[in-house]
Design a protein around this ligand. Structure first.
Ligand SMILES: CC(C)(COP(=O)(O)OP(=O)(O)OC[C@H]1O[C@@H](n2cnc3c(N)ncnc32)[C@H](O[C@H]2O[C@H](COP(=O)(O)OP(=O)(O)OP(=O)(O)O)[C@@H](O)[C@H]2O)[C@@H]1O)[C@@H](O)C(=O)NCCC(=O)NCCS
Ligand SMILES: Nc1ncnc2[nH]cnc12
Length: 279
């Protein structure tokens, strides 16, 4: 599952856009070590899920990412994307026995696949700049309206209470942490010649340092979020992935002691991997 897609000279099909999303979510799952998060061999801060749970979820979601790229290509209104996302969430929960593995990814990567589908329908390739502009052009107003609704999820509630930018607010602002932090970090690490997983790890830490991750806020309060962000900044300042596994593993152990899991950051890394695969 780890080979990058061949570079497409022409705009990708909905099938290729959706398949890249599934592969990017697998990239994120396979990255190891990864603080507090589930990997192929480690449950991080989670007692209710492991790699098998994530693989079942991924399998259940394959068709969704293709479908939402098709909806984007057809110029569907936001309500149609939302219905597809809600149905995908139900399939994820049925596949995992009620465990939330990919709710954030269904939302974020779903919107990004729809944007790439809209671009592809115009014969355009999904560059980060193009995807960002398409998202804003087609669904920006609806996302801004949607972000004013009160969340019923623990992360969204914590984000609102603490005045943070949770998933809905991040989307309404056009995913600034993805486009301003994750994409440049992954590009720079790749250009420096870092091996693929080392580049992804530095990108994940750059995202943790910058994102108001509502999972961290829900599990650890504001103190937990700030602890994770400071640890990520310290990891990068000390040389990042080039320090070797033990430095990342030590931060992982500190996250597990505090029950911290940066699920929103993991989704943002997956979105950057998806853009890289389609690039
Ligand atoms: C729009 C919704 C996604 C809800 O929005 P809301 O603003 O209420 O959401 P949040 O709670 O802030 O975040 C929802 C998930 O998004 C990820 N996330 C967190 N922070 C951010 C952020 N700042 N920016 C972007 N994304 C973020 C995160 O998902 C990941 O973590 C989950 C696993 O973590 P875990 O710790 O296990 O979480 P819990 O379930 O809370 O359990 P415990 O901690 O108690 O064990 C996993 O989902 C990852 O993906 C947040 O969880 C939305 O729900 C919605 O309306 N969906 C339907 C519509 C839709 O999908 N449409 C798509 C096309 S429009
Ligand atoms: N690998 C992972 N572990 C735990 N929560 C996540 N949310 C998204 N990816 C995750």
């Amino acid at each position: 599952m780890s080979a990058p897609l061949a570079r497409h000279a022409a705009a990708p099909t909905a099938q290729q856009i959706g398949r890249a999303a599934t592969l990017a979510l697998y990239d994120e799952l396979a990255l190891s070590p990864k603080p507090g998060l589930v990997t192929l061999t480690d449950r991080g801060s989670h007692t209710d899920m492991d790699a098998h749970t994530f693989m079942r979820s991924l399998f259940a979601l394959r068709g969704y990412f293709v479908r939402i790229a098709e909806l984007g290509a057809a110029g569907a209104p936001f309500e149609a994307l939302e219905q597809a996302g809600i149905a995908a969430e139900a399939r994820m929960l049925a596949a995992t026995g009620g465990i939330n593995t990919h709710r954030g990814a269904i939302f974020m990567l779903g919107l990004l696949c729809a944007s790439a589908g809209a671009l592809a329908a115009q014969g355009e390739r999904p560059t980060p700049e193009g995807v960002r502009a398409a998202l804003h052009r087609h669904w920006g107003d609806a996302l801004a309206r949607r972000a004013t609704r009160a969340s019923t999820l623990p992360g969204g509630i914590a984000a609102r209470r603490l005045g943070l930018r949770g998933a809905s607010a991040e989307a309404a602002q056009g995913f600034p942490t993805l486009f301003n932090t994750a994409v440049p970090a992954l590009r720079a690490a790749t250009a420096r010649g870092l091996p693929r997983q080392a580049a992804q790890l530095d990108t994940l830490f750059a995202v943790i340092a910058a994102l108001d991750d509502s999972n961290l806020a829900h599990r650890g309060g504001l103190a937990g979020l700030r602890f994770a962000q400071a640890a990520a900044r310290g990891f990068l300042a000390a040389g990042g992935a080039a320090q070797g596994r033990p430095a990342a593993e030590a931060i992982g152990a500190a996250f597990v002691r505090r029950n911290l899991s940066p699920g929103g950051s993991a989704d943002t890394l997956a979105a950057a991997c998806w853009l890289q695969r389609l690039g």
